[in-house]
Every structure is written in C-alpha cells, then in structure tokens.
Design a protein around this ligand. Structure first.
Ligand code: ASP
Length: 332
C-alpha cells in the first residue's frame, strides 16, 4: 500500500482543526463505514475489518476480525508472537466493546491465539466482563479455542535473549513500530493494536489486544484490556482506544476521559489532546520518558488522534481512502 503520512486529509482535517459544540442527529453527517487503528500494523488490520464493513457487516464483527489479522502474525507481534514477560512466557490481554455498552475482556491469558475472540465470548456468553489467567484459559478451551504450544516466536526469542543480558525493564518509546525497536532486526514488530469502527448502520464498536509490555513482571496487566482505559465506546458520543505506557493510561482513565471530552463537544483529536495534556502535567519531567497515544472516532465517523511523543502512527480506512498517518504530539 502507498504509505502516506498526512496530518490533515479530508474529514480528518475536521477532526484536528475545530471543536464542534453540538451533536446533531446522526443521519446527514455520518461518513459511512470507517475504521481506524493504531500503529503501522493497523493498515493490514483495517483491511481485515474492511472485508466485514464493506459487506454491510457490523462494527463489532469488524473490530474482532480486524485485530485478529495482527494477532495471527507470527513476526513478534501482538498475540502469541509477541515478547514474553520476564520469566519468558507470553501473556495476553484483550477487550472488546459494542454500541450497547456490552463489553468483555481477558487478562493474563496464555497459549490462546485470539484473545480478542475470547473477550467477545466473555461478553456474549458469561455474566461477567473479565476473566483472567487460568480461569480465562479454561473458559477459552471450554469454548473450543485450541491451546497453542508455549514457544516464543523467533524474533521474540532473540529479543528476550538480548534482554536477559541486563534484565533491565525500560520500555522504549514507540517500540510498537519496527524501526524503533532495537534488536527487532527489521521484523515488523509491535505489541498492541487497538481499533474503532463505525458500520453502515451508524453503530460504533472497538477492540484492543496486546501481549503487553515486553519483559514485564509476571502477572502484570496494562490498560489494553481495561474498559475505560484502553478502550471505551459510547454510541451516542464516540469511541476511543489507547496505546503506550499502560500504567499511565490507567492513571487518567484514558479512553473514557477522551469520550467525555467528546461528550462535552470536543472533536476527536482535540479530545485526545486534552487527556494527553492532563497526563503531561501529571507526569512532569517524566513525561518525556513515555509514550501514550489515543485514537478516537465520533458518532459520525470523524476520526482523530493525538500522542504524547511524536512517532505515533495510525491507519484509517473508509470508502474513499486508505491512509497511514502521523499523529500530532505534545512534544515535538
Ligand atoms: N498499552 C500496552 C500495555 O501497557 C502497551 C502498548 O500499547 O504498547 O500493555
């Protein structure tokens, strides 16, 4: 695909340049099906989502199918190909949310290829929102998900071996994109994908799936599976998803806070910026050491994004366009 890093493009310009103060009825202004997702990997994931959206499928199906593309990658990606925790074991977190406030998530899940699909089953088939660890795995197996072997992908094995030399936990900013990850060896490499979609019926859904921070402590869970932090959808307002340093995204209830700014009348990109600004203030001098980024979509399909550091990319696909964009950032 042609790589285009444009900051303002068609309806995206609207997202970054003004604050809309009213929310008229969804009808006339809706842009039709559109999908947005995080990082370079979002380009391929959006294609998976588009197969659903272009056939008048639901946003919920689209955000599941879309991120499954990335989960299935074996090149040290989101999912079982991702980097392990410090004990050398890959543990996965994911969540999904639909247009009716239904949501489900899994945390600290091992040996399951598609955690986002297990999250959806939790949402649809249990009275709970989350299942974690052995319980999540037991549920997945009972639902027919095969238990995959517990082996590291080749890139993950190499990076873990490298990491063990110092065993120092210091996640690199923007490591989700290949060129920023030392030792990745040119392999397309990241650990999280989050996706938001609007379908032909005017409904929103979102998903988020990750192997979490590489070399994290065993049992660590970040923002990605947490409704309100890694993902939030309010069909009457909009949706938001996050990537970056999970602990700090949780601190500001990231995704839900962005949606609240949209409810107050901010367009998607300015809403993301408000929460990044809050985080920058909270973190003070330490803000430069981390990356946090948000993608957002309002109920009409207008999209936007904003990051703490430069280097955050996000992919957008609609009927008219398929683009990979660089988000504006707090620090230049
Ligand atoms: N937010 C993820 C986590 O903290 C990591 C990421 O987005 O890169 O687990």
């Amino acid at each position: 695909m042609e790589r285009r890093r444009l900051l303002q493009y068609g309806f995206l310009a609207a997202a970054t340049s003004f604050i809309s103060r009213s929310l008229p009825a969804r009808t006339a202004k809706s842009t039709g099906p559109v999908v947005i997702s995080t990082w370079d990997a979002g380009v391929e994931a959006n294609k998976g989502a588009w197969e659903v959206l272009s056939r008048a499928g639901t946003a919920l199906d689209a955000v599941e199918k879309g991120v499954m593309v990335t989960e299935a990658s074996q090149n040290c990606c989101v999912g079982l190909g991702g980097n392990p925790d410090r004990e050398g074991i890959v543990t996965l977190d994911a969540c999904i949310m639909d247009h009716r406030f239904n949501c489900g998530g899994v945390m600290f899940l091992e040996r399951i290829k598609h955690p986002v699909s297990v999250a959806r089953r939790v949402m649809e088939k249990t009275p709970h929102v989350y299942l974690a660890g052995a319980g999540a795995q037991q549920f997945a197996v009972s639902e027919g998900f095969p238990l995959e072997p517990q082996v590291l992908s080749e890139p993950a094995r190499k990076q873990y071996k490298e990491w063990l030399k110092k065993s120092h936990y210091a996640p690199a900013v923007n490591r989700e994109n290949t060129e920023n990850r030392p030792g990745a060896g040119g392999v397309f490499d990241h650990d999280t994908i989050a996706m938001l979609a609007l379908d032909a019926y005017g409904d929103l859904s979102g998903s988020c799936t990750t192997s979490g921070m590489g070399f994290k402590m065993r049992g660590r869970v970040g923002d990605s599976p947490i409704i309100g932090s890694g993902l939030y959808v309010d069909n009457a307002v909009g949706a938001c998803a996050a990537t970056g340093q999970g602990e700090d995204i949780i601190r500001v209830a990231g995704a839900a806070s962005v949606v609240e700014y949209m409810r107050a009348g901010y367009a998607p990109a300015p809403a993301c910026r408000k929460v990044i600004e809050r985080l920058a203030r909270i973190k003070g001098d330490k803000a430069r050491d981390i990356q946090v980024a948000f993608i957002a979509m309002d109920r009409y399909g207008t999209v936007g994004a904003y990051a703490l550091q430069k280097g955050f990319t996000y992919a957008v696909k609609s009927e008219e366009k398929e683009v990979l964009l660089s988000a504006d950032s707090w620090f230049s």
